[in-house]
Design a protein around this ligand. Structure first.
Ligand SMILES: C[S@@+](CC[C@H](N)C(=O)[O-])C[C@H]1O[C@@H](n2cnc3c(N)ncnc32)[C@H](O)[C@@H]1O
Length: 238
């Protein structure tokens, strides 16, 4: 959903500069060209998931991509609060304050762009994993190619991720999940399903991925909605 433009957007984005890199700019290339594992979230929303991941794994690098300026601003401002550069503003609700998490977050950057082709952003085999959390469902059949799990996009992710790396997908949307499983099956030559469940937060589900949640996931889980989840491994070498 399109967010209304934040007040003082440009000024506030400029204040977050230390947490951002810019598409097509040397800053992004320099950050991504690293010896550590590099993990990317496409459509990071307000950032809770990727901030928690980065705080828990300081030995890896994380890049959070978000197309909407106002939304990436909220995520970057959240990162500033987590690393103690600013206090939590009054207008951030209690459940969105990540008060138990504290880290320098030198291993996380945000980039404001809508991902179209992976080759516009990354090199072949540059990434160790990709997270797609609660991606826009694009429910109309004529918009199927816009879904982030459309087969051509999955193939582009497989190109950007190293052999043995992964793509993890979570969604509340049953239609998008069914479509995603079909698209994964179409890419069986490069993708192997490792984990799959229609109820990630069921008591008997032991997948690690239930431990770090997104804002959408918390909201849907609290309302009793099941969370669909699939993890695929990139399998290029036959
Ligand atoms: C439904 S929200 C989910 C946000 C977050 N992942 C969560 O689970 O709380 C989807 C987000 O993905 C962003 N988005 C959609 N398509 C994108 C693309 N191609 N590149 C980058 N961001 C995208 C949207 O702007 C939106 O903020």
């Amino acid at each position: 959903m399109r967010q209304r433009k934040a007040k003082d957007l440009d000024k506030r984005l400029a204040r977050c500069k230390g947490h951002m890199v810019y598409k097509g700019d040397r800053s992004m290339q320099k950050y991504c060209d690293c010896s550590e594992n590099l993990y990317v979230e496409i459509g990071c929303g307000k950032g809770q998931f990727i901030i928690t991941k980065a705080a828990a794994d300081p030995g890896s690098r994380f890049l959070a991509i978000e197309g909407q300026e106002t939304v990436v601003l909220r995520a970057a401002e959240k990162a500033m609060c987590v690393c103690g550069e600013t206090n939590w503003p009054e207008n951030v609700p209690g459940e969105e304050r990540m008060e138990g998490v504290s880290a320098d977050l030198n291993n996380l950057r945000f980039v404001n762009c809508f991902v179209d082709h992976m080759a516009d952003l990354f090199q072949e085999n540059q990434l160790s994993g990709i997270y797609l959390n609660f991606s826009d469902p694009w429910p109309k059949a004529r918009h199927a190619k816009r879904r982030l799990t459309y087969r051509d996009r999955l193939r582009e992710y497989a190109w950007a991720v190293k052999d043995g790396g992964f793509i993890e997908i979570k969604t509340d949307n049953e239609g998008l999940f069914a479509f995603t499983l079909e698209e994964i099956a179409e890419c069986a030559d490069v993708l192997r399903t490792e984990e799959m469940t229609r109820d990630l937060h069921a008591a008997d589900c032991t997948y690690e991925s239930k431990k770090i949640t997104t804002e959408y996931e918390d909201k849907f889980s609290a309302s009793g909605k099941n969370i669909n989840y699939v993890k695929v491994i990139i399998n290029k070498e036959k």
